[in-house]
Design a protein around this ligand. Sequence first.
Ligand SMILES: *Cc1c(COP(=O)(O)O)cnc(C)c1O
Length: 362
Amino acid sequence: MSKLPTAKHGVMQISPYVGGKSKVDGAVKPLKLSSNENPWGPSPKAKAAFEREAQNLHRYPDGGHLALREAIGAAYNLPASQVICGAGSDELIGILVHAFAGAGDEVLFHEHAFLMYRIYTLANGATPVAAGEKNLTVDVDALLDAVTEKTKIVFVANPNNPTGSMIPFTDIKRLRARLPEQVILGLDAAYAEYMEHADYADGCELARTSNTVVFHTFSKIYGLSGLRLGWAYARAEIIDIMNRVRSPFNVNTPALAAGIAAVLDQDYIASMRQKNSLERARVTQAIAALGYTIVPSHTNFLLVKFGTEVEAMNRHLMARGIIVREVANYGLPEYLRISIGTTEENTVLLDALASFTRQGAA
Ligand SMILES: *Cc1c(COP(=O)(O)O)cnc(C)c1O
C-alpha cells in the first residue's frame, strides 16, 4: 500500500458527530426520542409543496434562494437581502467559521454547547475555547473572561442543546456590549420558535447594529429535519462574505419549496409550540414525580439526570424499543436527553421509565 496522506492540522482532533440513533435491536418500529425532531411532522402545506417539486427534479434550484429568503423575511420581519440559506443551520455555522476563522484564531463557546461549533473550528485549523457554565446554563461573565486578542467568533446556543437551558436577552445584550466590536457573536436560535419566556429574543435586533449572526433551522419546530434547511441573518457585509464561500446550489429545489410553505404557515407553528408546551409540562411533572432531576427546559427535549443508573436506564429503555440520547460526549455522563414526542409516545416513555426498578429501591 502507498503511504497515507496526512489530514490538515486540527482534523484528527475531531470526534465525528454522532446523530441520534434511529434503530434498536429487535424493535420493529422503535420510538425515536433522540434527535429533537417534531414528532407531529411538518405543515401539510410543506408536504404538498415538496410533492409538487417531484415534477422539477431535472432543473437546478434557484442558487440565490430568493423566494425562500422573501418568505422568511415576511414571516420574521427581516430584509430578505440579509438572509442566507443553507443545508441545515449546521452548514451555515460551518460557512461562518470557514470564512472568518483559521490557524491562530480562537473560536469561543460555552462548556456544554452544541458540538458543531468545536467540530467546524477544528476543521478550519482554528482553536476551540470552551468557557465554563453555571448550573448547566451559559455564563456571560465566564465567556467575557475567556475573550483574547485571538477571539474571532463567540457562539452561544440560546436555548442550548443538550441542556435545554436559556439566558434572558438582557444577558445576551450585555455580552454583545462588552465583546470587542469586531468579534462576531453567533447566536444559535435553533429552538427560538418554542420559546415562551418573556425576556427571550433570538437576537436579530442586535444583528442590525453589530457583528452578530443569528441562526435558525427548519429541522426542529418546522419538522423538516430530513430536507436539511436552515437560515441565518446578519449585516449585509457579513452575509456577502458568507455567500462567497457557500456552494452555489447548497439548498435543493424540494427544500426551497417546502421551506416557503412551512415558514408562511405560522398558525401551524403556533399550534406546534402549544402542543409541545403541554406535553413538555406533562412529561416533566411525571419524571419529576419518579424522583429524577430535570434541567428546566425551554425546548422540545428534557435533560434528565439518572446518576449512576444512567446506563441501566438506557438499556431498560432500549429493551422496550425507546431510543433517547446519551450525552457523555457533551461532558454529561450522568444524563440522558429525551425529546418530547406525541401524547401517545410520551405515555409509552413514561410507562417505561416508571417500570425501571431503581437500585436501592425496595
Ligand atoms: C438541531 C440543532 C441545530 C441544527 O440543525 P440543522 O438540522 O443543521 O439545521 C443547530 N443548533 C442546535 C443547537 C441544534 O440543536
